[in-house]
Design a protein around this ligand. Structure first.
Ligand SMILES: [Fe+2]
Length: 292
């Protein structure tokens, strides 16, 4: 069972680069091609917000046009750059079952896993919100999950990442969330976006993990706290259920050239048979291989 996470697409209208310099449409297209090429195919793709840059219907129409090429079921969440009315106007028919009252939040199952996507958008603000209504909804969803392992997703990380301009108004908004998650030890991982970097922290007794964006990344300037972005590689995250826990793989989307085989397949087979028998992998593969 594999869930792919992509985040912070910041798509614009066709032909208009973000900040006048970054072609997010090309980045989204490259990301979709990479997802379609994956073997094995992920069972679903979760997009953890900032689907578009300015929250306009035209941008959501462009998003839908591009994502129609994705050959894997996908689930869109909202982030601080999104707008619920425009989202509903364009994606409303396709994703009518993703609404929960006024919010765009939903739950779905992937094999034994339950994925809960929480809406933290505070319309008109970059800072997040988690109100009583959303708290009640999440409480009910977590109760409904029973003992199932849960992946919880939200756009803004509920912890301070150390990048002050992206952390915004502190973590007071997430205190109720923290208590709720801490009371459920089946929440195996908390997936976030927003910060455009790979960041992990233990939080509320679980792992909270920020995925890099599919486009530009945030400038890691911990000393001077300058606000900016940088052309570091985009990435996707693959979350693989191994039957007991979630294994998280971060895959940069860069042209890295072809992989090369370090060990010939027939030698590898003998080595793996040897490991299975003895529990050890010889260091000197060439000389030991002759005697295996
Ligand atoms: Fe973003």
């Amino acid at each position: 069972m594999i869930l792919a996470q992509i985040t912070d697409l910041h798509l614009t209208e066709p032909g208009r680069p973000v900040y006048g310099r970054y072609d997010t449409e090309a980045a989204v297209t490259a990301c979709i091609r990479a997802l379609n090429r994956l073997q094995p195919r992920p069972d679903a793709v979760l997009i953890t917000g900032d689907l578009v840059h300015d929250g306009t219907p035209a941008q959501y129409r462009n998003l839908l046009r591009l994502l129609d090429e994705l050959e894997i079921p996908w689930y869109p969440m909202v982030g601080n750059h999104d707008s619920r009315p425009a989202f509903r106007e364009v994606l409303g028919d396709r994703f009518a079952d993703l609404w929960e009252g006024e919010f765009i939040q939903f739950t779905f199952d992937l094999g034994p896993l339950r994925v809960i996507a929480l809406d933290t958008l505070d319309e008109g603000f970059h800072t997040p919100a988690f109100c009583d209504q959303r708290l009640s909804w999440l409480k009910a969803e977590l109760a409904g999950a029973g003992d199932r392992p849960v992946i919880l997703a939200l756009h803004q990380p509920p912890f301070a990442t150390g990048l002050d301009w992206l952390d915004g108004g502190g973590t007071g908004w997430a205190e109720g969330l923290r208590a709720l998650v801490a009371a459920h030890d089946n929440v195996r991982i908390v997936l976030c976006g927003h910060v455009h970097r790979s960041i992990d922290r233990l939080w509320a007794g679980t792992l909270a993990s920020v995925c890099p964006s599919t486009c530009y990344q945030a400038w890691l300037d911990l000393e001077h706290q300058r606000a900016g972005f940088v052309m570091e590689p985009p990435a996707i995250r693959l979350l693989v259920w191994d039957g007991e826990e979630i294994v998280s793989h971060l895959q940069p989307l860069v042209e890295a050239g072809p992989a090369w085989e370090a060990i010939a397949p027939d030698v590898l087979k003998r080595l793996m048979d040897h490991v299975a028998r003895t529990g050890v992998l010889p260091k000197d593969i060439n000389s030991r291989e002759r005697g295996l």
